[in-house]
Design a protein around this ligand. Structure first.
Ligand SMILES: NS(=O)(=O)c1cc(F)ccc1F
Ligand SMILES: [Zn+2]
Length: 269
């Protein structure tokens, strides 16, 4: 299996990744189940509130990566500081994970409960590294803001993503984001969060992510989730390599890995 072929089916899914990506079998992997009874409050987190600045006009393109949709951002002008972070992190991209039905789809679970989807805003440590690619190789290189999505009202900001999905139906297709998307508008109202040291949840599963998962879920509609599942995992005009129904990307979440001896901290109730 060549490196490019990982996916979410039985043949190439999460339980096969360690063959080609040994880090996937590491001890600092993500996602994890958030066992809320294990979380420790930390006054140092309370004393340095999480702060962010995003530039909606800098959301440049949306692409079908073959593993989901991804909005690539011009990092300049963005910043994320505070909480568990040392230094300044810049926004690189955001994307989402979902399941074949709304009873599952998030990557992190909370006391064993799955949510319908999970939004990830990926940032890199611009205080120490030159770009996201370099930062991904260091334990303090990346931080990802995770937002749990539950079924409810239509999400207006995410609707701007959904309106572009027909233009990127097949793997490798990309299009300009003409109507600026404000990442800040996709975050929950209350900023309580859990944080722990983990990894990318996709190959090569680098153990370089400080995870910050907001406690309050944000709503998305069933129709919007159905739009995510209409993406195809293969290139237009090519045969569908995966054994998924019609090559539809109906599920792209990694099951949880053990937290092990890692600390799980929380900020806010
Ligand atoms: N799921 S993830 O936030 O760990 C992630 C981070 C990246 F930098 C690239 C791809 C990803 F899927
Ligand atoms: Zn992700």
């Amino acid at each position: 299996m060549s490196a490019a072929e990982w996916g979410y089916t039985k043949r190439n899914g999460p339980f096969t990744w360690a063959k080609n990506y040994p880090t996937a079998a590491g001890i600092r992997q993500s996602p994890v189940d958030i066992d809320t009874a294990l979380a420790t409050s930390d006054s140092s987190l309370e004393s340095k509130p999480l702060r962010w600045k995003y530039v909606p006009q800098n959301t440049r393109t949306i692409v079908n990566s073959g593993h989901g949709w991804r909005v690539d951002v011009d990092s300049e002008g963005s910043e994320l500081v505070g909480g568990p972070l040392e230094g300044t992190y810049k926004l690189q991209q955001f994307h989402c994970h979902w399941g074949s039905s709304s009873d599952k789809g998030s990557e992190h679970t909370v006391d064993g409960q799955s949510y319908a989807a999970e939004l990830h805003l990926v940032h890199w440590n611009s205080s120490k590294y030159a770009d996201c690619g370099e930062a991904a190789d260091y334990p303090d290189g990346l931080t990802v803001l995770g937002v749990l999505l539950k079924v409810g009202a239509k999400n207006p900001e995410l609707q701007k993503v959904i309106d572009l999905i027909p233009s990127i139906s097949h793997r490798g297709e990309k299009t300009e984001v003409k109507e600026a998307i404000d990442p800040a508008k996709m975050l929950p109202k209350t900023l309580s969060y859990w944080t722990y040291l983990g990894s990318l949840t996709v190959p090569p599963c680098n153990e370089s992510v400080t995870w910050i998962l907001f406690k309050e879920p944000v709503e998305v509609s069933e129709e919007q989730l159905a739009a995510f599942r209409s993406l195809r995992c293969y290139k237009r005009g090519e045969e569908c390599p995966c054994d998924e129904v019609d090559g539809l990307l109906i599920s792209n979440y990694r099951p949880t890995l053990p937290l092990g001896t890692r600390e799980l901290r929380e900020c806010g109730s």
